[in-house]
Design a protein around this ligand. Structure first.
Ligand code: CO
Length: 238
């Protein structure tokens, strides 16, 4: 590791600001104008993969949510708030779910290394393994098995996005961003686009948001009696 102290980070900050200003005197004035990022990036918390570095993106270009093993959790209020803000306020055009090979969260899920809260957090990945163990167990090496599970995890998280009421609402309003599934190969630095087909999960006319059809009730007049009621027959016959 190159840096170990907080003072080094603060010193780096000052030199970085100086370099930015030397290239563009208005750089921070423009940043302070507000954000309109085209991308929401959902990634793993792993320190080795800030996507900005790998994609040459600048501050203001990626809206970010990161957690262990890049989970799209339907019960994570933090994530759901990020997603809602990204879509309905920032109006991002693309959502990128980016997993990575050599992911500690994937290893924990597959090999049960951890107990405690992380164990619970990665349990959905364990479920994915159980659903796909025929395919994964047939892969000859441990590394390749873990990498395949990392890819399957990305596919599942893209699918999970379509389970959120937020994305369904965006689909219904025809302003849903395009969703992409990527994995980053930490050994090469290269991003692999999994070319996830999302058509089967897009439900623009989801019943949750469809307008309920109105049921027209027949008008009832006091002199009509109650149509079809057993009392009517009883009255006639009585
Ligand atoms: Co990871």
């Amino acid at each position: 590791m190159k840096y170990h102290t907080i003072d080094e980070l603060l010193s780096n900050n000052q030199s970085w600001v100086s370099e930015k200003l030397a290239l563009d005197a208005k750089y921070f004035d423009k940043l302070a104008d507000g954000q309109k990022p085209p991308f929401l990036y959902i990634g793993c918390s792993d320190s080795r993969l800030p996507l900005t570095n790998f994609t040459r993106t600048e501050p203001g270009e990626l809206f970010v949510h990161r957690n262990i093993a890049n989970q799209v959790s339907l019960t994570d209020i933090n994530f759901l708030a990020v997603l809602e803000y990204a879509i309905f306020h920032l109006q991002v055009k693309h959502i990128i779910v980016c997993g990575h090979y050599d992911c500690g969260g994937i290893k924990t899920a597959l090999e049960g290394r951890s107990t405690g809260i992380i164990d619970s957090w990665v349990n959905p990945i364990r479920e994915l393994y159980l659903h796909n163990q025929g395919e994964i167990n047939a892969i000859p090496t441990r590394e390749a098995r873990l990498n395949r599970l990392a890819e399957i995890n990305v596919l599942a998280q893209v699918k999970n996005l379509y389970q959120t009421s937020i994305i369904r609402k965006a689909l219904h309003e025809q302003n849903a961003p395009t969703i992409h599934g990527w994995v980053l190969d930490i050994k090469t630095g290269l991003i692999k686009d999994l070319n996830v087909s999302t058509v089967q999960w897009q439900l623009p006319s989801c019943p949750l948001f469809a307008k309920p059809s109105l049921v027209t009730m027949p008008e009832i007049h006091p002199t009509d009696g109650v149509a079809g009621c057993c009392c009517e027959e009883a009255t006639k016959s009585g």
